[in-house]
Every structure is written in structure tokens, then in C-alpha cells.
Design a protein around this ligand. Structure first.
Ligand code: 26Q
Length: 831
């Protein structure tokens, strides 16, 4: 990577702006965008129209670099990195593009002169919420790091018209509403009708009443059209592409094919076919067997591999055996694992290679990342879907399996149990394809996303695979982009850091270690506290304006923000709050450090237990607000509709980061890293990447507690929740209060299912087992918080140790160990 000043010189935005005739003093160019693109009188432009004008202008600035990046990459002929993902949780783009282009100051000054407020315009952009959570956000961070480090890379995904559902809270319950994020034109999107591929399908779509039916065994095809979005690297030298596919019916794409007699019928069929990319499926382990989701995955894989192959074939002297040297394809979980079968099909049927060559090329090109160990979340698709829609792929998978089982037999003899366990096909109760087995057998690399997770993958979940393919298994601990999550989200802290050590940290996060010596500097600690106070004030101002809620910025801001899931144990957090509440009720004069507990997160629409936890948190919040005894000491705030943008607001303002999953269940976590770089202290279990965070910062600078993953595994058989009720007074009182209808007077009995959750001897998440240790750690935490200097010292040491959790580091490791790819530096000559 270039040094900051070098890159700035190569890519000076000032040169570019002046070459385009743009200047800050009067900005007639903005009038032009309003007039020509929107037919709007600049004098009367509304905020949204101003946003569009500014964003379009930034897009045009990006365009030239985008093209130039492509041209230079084409001449370098580097090894291309292709990231296949069903999800890209991008959030907003304007601020990020302005920052990475280093054009924020220019635009701020220009807009000031017009009397426009840039911050107000930024609020007009909807989040691109094309993902469920961590996995989708990781893909977005990876794309940004790839561009920043100037790897030639393309991300492939789907252009959902509806992103992750909007969460509304009604009477304390979660309800879902559609997220039509593309209602207005999206300035970042460039539709590429010239980049279109036919996806053959052994089925047609039909509208029956208001339902979309899939009729099998009727060969048809869909067209996938590319919609490209720029991914601007820091300093704006390299602009890569995120290519999202949308489904279009062939009749509409190719007007000549239109059958005139059946005009209306054909249009209706089109509507049905085009629904394929309409909506992102919410992560829903209970919601299985949705044929449309299966076809979405196939559609992504088919369009993307056709594009990858077409791009490779354009290179002079192309040969199929060159493919692994030209392209590295990373599969983000098993969602695109059909790529194994599809690439085999291309090599066998289209290229005419024999099996062994095709297999070698396929495996050498593809690599797989696993993001979960939860058995119910491992994907399995019914064989009947393959039979109905893509029978040729099934044939290929059967042949892969036949050879794989032959190999097993030659290694281990006739061990039928082993064959049954490892087969790509599960036989009963229904025949299914095990996608994780397909992905492991059909690629050259399988990685987990934090050390503990990769170890468990290797030694437990995929142990027998790791025994025969030890060299395939590895670890790539996740990371997050410091541009969005520190430089942009937390201007106060970012400014302080830059003042102290220069701005090199933005593209080399290890430089944060230079802050460590400042932890003992009283003046720096005071400035650090000032930055946190500023972030808290910014957040509370927003909270008041947006939700009409006031919270005390002098209280501890304690945040648990992530999907609502039993293994993440929001319930344990809630029970701890009830324990604090009980203490106040029992000793009204107790000296309790004032705290505000923030929760945010969506529950999968069909996950009733998770939805009940949302209700419980809201009920506790209301009860506490109504109790004069508690006022000013304890507050619970559930922020609705968690999103990337909400995370950017709340994380910088947080003092405490809750990372309390049952050990062994959270693959990595990435929110944990974002809090760490923003100077929050972590209270957490030894799980996921939190373990590595503690290694970097020193265990003594986090508040770790609870059973280790091994203890969880071992004590499962004798875990007895009733023991905790009998022996832990505070636990018993808290649980009884929740089950007593104290928090839900109007809806008696609704929390009864929580009894089952907690007292099922098989409670895999062992909430009561860790509750006491958790409460004790919270007590320590409050004590340290009351010693402001000690707290700040630890916070600084955490920021100083966060360098390893930059996604730049993660990407560099993927490039070195899995992709064998080098950066392809973009050198811009003066315009
Ligand atoms: C499944 C079936 C049908 C529709 C959707 C899905 C689905 C969608 C998304 C299943 C899983 C996901 C996402 C999983 C996920 O986000 N996992 C998280 O990945 C992060 C990045 O590696 C980790 O940090 C988290 O620990 C892990 O939980």
C-alpha cells in the first residue's frame, strides 16, 4: 500500500476537481445537476433533491477513476479476486465515498457557501441493507479493504429490491415492514444491460392468483443483468466494482421475442419471473425449504461464474488450465456453494474437459469460508429441488460424491458409518445435499473466522474432513474497516488520534499501538474523555431529535447491539438488569452507578423465542421508566430497526460493549472489534474473536467471565438450572420477577416460554450457568468506571491494541494464504 502522502500525490482530488472546472467559491455545477438530472429549480430544491445532486456529482468524480482502475487492472493482468456473497450490508455510501476520495472538505466548503448543510444531506440516503448481519457486513468491509489495498477484485451479489425488513416496535412487540430502499433513484448504481447472462432453468414461474408458482420440468431461462456499484478505496486511487444481479424475464429483455397474441399473459409471467431477486431472505434457521431462496443462490452462482469465465476468456492466449492462476473465487459461507457444481458443469459441458482436469481446476479456483457451527444453521437442500430445477447439477454432485466415497473406502475400508456421516448426501428423513460437505470437498481451502471457531471447525464439526485434508483447513480472523468504523463514525476520537500520532493509522491500523504509552499521560486521558463525551452528546442529540427520548450522558452507556438470538444471550443481559433493579428495590438508598442499557437488533420473523426476548426487554424498559425509585439510575432503551447507520451512531458513544454469547457459539463477532476501536470496554465471554482481542489488549483490560467452550461442552450433561435457583438468591429473585407478570401486567402469562428456555436441562445456551459470574463482572466494571483515570487508561490500551482487527490485515492474509494474489497498484497520471 502506498503511504498516505504518496497516494495523495498520485490521486490528488484537487487536480481532478479543477480539471472538471469545479471550484468552491460558487458551485454552479450543483445547479447543473439539479436542472439537468432532475428538472428542479435550484432555488427551490428540497433536501432529497440536493442529496441527489451532490451524490451524482460525487459519482461522476468517481466514474473517471473507476474506469481508469479497470483499464490499468486490465493491462496488469493480475490474479483477480472474486467475492461471492448472497449479502452485502453496505449501509450508506455518500459519506464514505467523500472521505475515501478525500473530497469531504471541498464539498463541505462548497455547500456552506450555498447555505446547504452537508450533514443534513447525508441523512437523506437510505441504508443499502442487503444483508442480515455480520456475514453481510463483513463482505462490505472486505470490499472496502480490497479497494484500499488495490487488489483487483469484484464482489458478486444480488440486487434485492427489498433489503432486510424494517423493524417496528408496537406495544413492545417486533413487527416487520418491507424495506423498499430503491423507491427513489439510487445515485451509486450503474445498470449494465451489456452485461447480461441467460440462466437456464428446468422450471417456469407462473402467477396463480396472487401467488408465484414454480412449475418444474418446463425448461425456461432467466436473464441476469448487472448493476455495478463503485467501491472506492481510501485515497480514491483504486475504485473496484460490486456487481449485483437482477432477474429479468427474457421476453422483456429481448423485445423481438415478444409474442404479440399473448401480450398481457407474457407480461404477467415476466412479473413472476422477475420476483426472483425481489427480496432478501431473513436469516431464519426455522424457515427451511424455500425453493425461491434455492433458486436465488443458483442464480447468483450462474451469473457470476459466467461473468468470471467470460472475463478470463478475453485475456489473450487463454487456456482453461490457466483459470486458477487468473481467478480466486471466495465463497461467503455455503450460500454460493453451488459454484462447485456450476463450475464443473461449465468445464465439462461447455469447455469439454475430462473429469479429472475439470475437478482440479474447480478445486484450485474455489475457496470456502464457514461462519457458523450451529448444526441447525448448516445448509442442506432437498434433492427434489435439484431434480426439479437443475438436474444436471445433481448428476454432477452425485458423481463428485461417488468418487469421494470411493476415496473414503480406499482410505478406511468398508466403514459404512463413516461414509454415512461424511457423504455429501443425507439420506433420511429426506434426501438432502449437505452444502458444507460439498464446499469442503469441492474447494482447496476451508476457513473459519476466528481462531477458536476455526479450531472447533477442525476438531469437531468437520473433524473427519480435516483428518483427510489437513492442509485445507485454516483460520482467517475477521476484521472491520477503520475508515468507516473509526475515521468516519467517530470524528472526535479520530481527530484526537491523528493529533497524537498523525493520520497513518487510517491505512495502517497497527500504528494505533503508538497510543499505548499515552495511556499514562494525564493530559491525553483528559482529551480522550472529552472525545467520548462529545460522541455521547452527538448520540443523545440524535436520540432526542429522532425518537424524542432523553438519556443521561453522564450514565454508563452499555450496549448490546446484534441480531436477537438465544446463543447471543440478550436474555442474560435482561436478567442482570432485573438483578440491579431488585437491588434498588430492596435498598432504595443503594449507591448504584447510573447506567443506560441500550439494545438493538432484529429477530428473524419466524423466531418466536427471539421475538419474546424483544418484548421482555421493552417491558422491563417501560416498568423501569415508570418507577420513581429507579429514575436517574437505571434505564433500558430498545432502539428499533438496527442498521449499519444506527451502529455508526451508537458504537462511538458506548462505554461498555456486551459480547456475552455462550462460549463456542459465536463464530467471531465483528461488532466487538468496532467497540474496541472506539474506546469501549468489553464485558464478555471467551468466545469468537473476543479471545483474540483480550490477547492483544491484555486480559486485565477486558471484563471476561463465564464458562469456557470446553466447560460448556463438558458440563452440558450435568447442567442443572434449578441448582442456580436454589443456591443463588439474586438469580432466583430475578427469574421469579420476570415470571411473575411484574413487567407485563396487561398481558399475563406471556413470558411463560421463558421458563422453558431457562429450565430445560438441555438449555444449550446455559444462561443461568453464567449469570452470577456475569453479575460479579458487572460489579467490577462499575467500580472501575467510578475511577475515571483507570477506566480511561484501559480504554486507551484497548484502542492501542485494536490494530490487528482491521479488515486490511484479514484481506492481506486471505491474499497470501488462500488467493495467492498481489495488489495491482493504480497509478493515476495528472488529468
Ligand atoms: C439461512 C437460510 C435462509 C435464509 C438465510 C439464511 C442465512 C442468512 C444469513 C443464514 C445465516 C446468515 C448469516 C450468518 C452470519 O452473519 N454469521 C456471522 O458471521 C460473522 C462474520 O463472519 C461472524 O462474525 C458471526 O460470529 C457470525 O454469527
Amino acid at each position: 500500500m502506498a503511504t498516505t502522502t504518496e497516494a495523495a500525490a498520485r490521486c490528488s482530488i484537487e487536480d481532478r476537481l479543477h480539471a472538471l472546472g469545479l471550484n468552491e467559491t460558487d458551485a454552479p455545477w450543483l445547479d447543473r445537476y439539479l436542472l439537468c438530472n432532475q428538472l428542479v429549480d435550484p432555488e427551490k430544491a428540497k433536501i432529497r433533491q440536493r442529496f441527489e445532486a451532490v451524490a451524482t456529482c460525487v459519482r461522476d468524480l468517481v466514474a473517471e477513476r473507476w474506469l481508469r482502475s479497470r483499464r490499468i487492472q486490465a493491462t496488469h493482468q493480475p490474479k483477480w479476486v472474486y467475492y461471492l456473497s448472497m449479502e452485502f450490508l453496505l449501509g450508506r455510501s455518500l459519506r464514505n465515498n467523500l472521505m475515501n476520495m478525500r473530497a469531504e472538505r471541498f464539498f463541505r466548503t462548497s455547500l456552506d457557501r450555498l447555505g446547504w448543510d452537508l450533514d443534513e444531506l447525508l441523512e437523506e440516503e437510505p441504508d443499502a441493507g442487503l444483508g442480515n448481519g455480520g456475514l453481510g457486513r463483513l463482505a462490505a468491509c472486505f470490499m472496502e479493504s480490497l479497494a484500499t489495498m488495490e487488489y483487483a477484485a469484484i464482489g458478486y451479489g444480488l440486487r434485492y429490491e427489498y433489503g432486510i425488513f424494517r423493524q417496528e416496535i408496537r406495544g413492545g412487540w417486533q413487527t416487520e415492514a418491507p424495506d423498499r430502499w430503491l423507491r427513489r433513484i439510487d445515485p451509486w448504481e450503474v445498470t449494465r444491460p451489456d452485461k447480461a447472462y441467460a440462466v437456464p432453468l428446468n422450471a417456469t414461474f407462473e402467477l396463480r392468483g396472487s401467488h408465484i408458482m414454480l412449475i418444474p420440468n418446463r425448461p425456461s431461462r432467466l436473464i441476469g443483468i448487472a448493476h455495478d456499484r463503485p467501491v472506492v478505496g481510501y485515497e480514491g486511487c483504486c475504485v473496484n466494482t460490486l456487481r449485483l444481479w437482477s432477474a429479468v424475464a427474457p421476453e422483456r429483455f429481448d423485445f423481438a421475442d415478444f409474442s404479440h397474441g399473448e401480450f398481457v399473459g407474457a407480461v404477467i409471467e415476466n412479473v413472476a419471473a422477475e420476483s426472483l431477486t425481489r427480496v432478501l431472505y431473513p436469516d431464519d434457521s426455522t424457515e427451511r425449504g424455500r425453493a425461491l431462496r434455492f433458486l436465488q443462490q443458483y442464480f447468483l452462482v450462474s451469473c457470476s461464474l459466467q461473468d468470471i469465465v467470460a472475463r478470463a476468456r478475453r485475456v489473450p492466449d487463454f487456456g482453461w488450465d490457466h483459470l486458477p492462476r487468473m481467478a480466486a473465487v471466495q465463497l461467503n459461507d455455503t450460500h454460493p456453494a453451488l459454484a462447485v457444481a456450476e463450475l464443473m458443469r461449465i468445464l465439462l459441458d461447455d469447455a469439454g474437459l475430462d473429469w479429472d482436469d475439470a475437478w482440479e481446476i474447480t478445486r484450485a479456483t474455489l475457496a470456502y469460508t464457514n461462519h457458523t457451527l450451529l448444526p441447525e444453521a448448516l445448509e442442506k437442500w432437498p434433492v427434489r429441488f435439484f431434480e426439479a430445477f437443475i438436474p444436471r447439477h445433481l448428476e454432477i454432485i452425485y458423481e463428485v460424491n461417488r468418487r469421494f466415497i470411493d476415496d473414503l473406502r480406499s482410505r478406511f475400508g468398508a466403514d459404512d458409518d463413516r461414509v454415512r456421516r461424511m457423504s455429501l448426501i443425507e439420506e433420511s428423513p429426506e434426501r438432502k445435499v449437505r452444502m458444507a460437505h460439498l464446499a469442503t470437498v469441492g474447494t482447496h481451502s476451508t476457513n473459519g473466522v476466528a481462531r477458536i471457531h476455526s479450531d472447533l471447525l477442525r476438531t469437531r464439526v468437520m473433524r473427519e474432513f480435516a483428518e483427510i485434508y489437513p492442509q485445507r483447513f485454516g483460520n482467517k480472523t475477521n476484521g472491520v474497516t477503520p475508515r468507516r468504523w473509526l475515521a468516519q463514525a467517530n470524528p472526535a476520537l479520530a481527530g484526537l488520534i491523528t493529533e497524537a500520532i498523525g493520520d497513518g493509522w487510517i491505512s495502517d491500523l497497527d500504528r494505533l499501538s503508538e497510543l499505548r504509552t499515552l495511556a499514562t499521560d494525564a493530559g491525553f486521558r483528559e482529551s480522550f474523555r472529552r472525545a467520548k463525551r462529545q460522541a455521547k452528546r452527538d448520540f443523545t442529540d440524535w436520540l432526542r431529535a429522532a425518537h424524542g427520548r432523553t438519556v443521561d450522558p453522564g450514565s454508563i452507556f452499555d450496549s448490546q447491539i446484534k441480531r436477537i438470538h438465544e446463543y447471543k444471550r440478550q436474555l442474560m443481559n435482561a436478567l442482570h438488569i432485573v438483578i440491579l433493579y431488585n437491588r434498588i428495590r430492596e435498598y432504595p438508598a443503594a449507591d448504584v452507578t447510573p447506567r443506560t442499557f441500550f439494545f438493538a437488533g432484529k429477530a428473524a420473523p419466524a423466531y418466536n423465542t427471539a421475538k419474546l426476548i424483544v418484548k421482555l426487554i421493552n417491558c422491563i424498559g417501560e416498568t423501569l421508566d415508570a418507577d420513581p425509585l429507579v429514575r436517574g439510575r437505571l434505564r433500558v432503551v430498545f432502539l428499533p430497526d438496527y442498521s449499519v447507520t444506527l451502529a455508526e451512531r451508537l458504537i462511538p458513544a458506548s462505554d461498555v460493549s456486551e459480547q456475552i454469547s455462550t462460549a463456542g457459539y459465536e463464530a467471531s463477532g465483528t461488532g466487538n472489534m468496532k467497540f474496541m476501536m472506539n474506546g469501549a470496554l468489553t464485558i464478555g465471554t471467551r468466545d469468537g474473536a473476543t479471545i483474540e482481542m483480550a490477547e492483544q489488549a491484555g486480559e486485565e483490560n477486558l471484563f471476561l467471565f463465564g464458562l469456557s467452550d470446553e466447560q460448556v461442552e463438558q458440563s452440558r450433561d450435568w447442567y442443572d438450572p434449578t441448582w442456580h435457583m436454589a443456591n443463588e438468591e439474586e438469580t432466583r429473585q430475578a427469574v421469579e420477577l420476570v415470571l411473575s407478570d411484574h413487567f407485563n401486567g396487561h398481558e399475563p402469562g406471556i413470558f411463560e416460554p421463558i421458563r422453558e428456555m431457562l429450565f430445560d436441562r438441555r438449555d444449550r445456551f446455559m444462561v443461568l450457568a453464567d449469570l452470577r459470574a456475569y453479575t460479579e463482572r458487572h460489579r467490577d466494571l462499575a467500580e472501575v468506571y467510578n475511577d475515571a483515570d483507570e477506566w480511561t487508561r484501559r480504554a486507551i490500551l484497548n484502542v492501542g491494541a485494536a490494530g490487528r482487527f482491521s479488515s486490511d490485515r484479514t484481506i492481506r492474509e486471505y491474499a497470501r494464504d488462500i488467493w495467492n494474489a498481489e495488489p495491482s497498484p493504480i497509478v493515476h497520471t495528472a488529468p
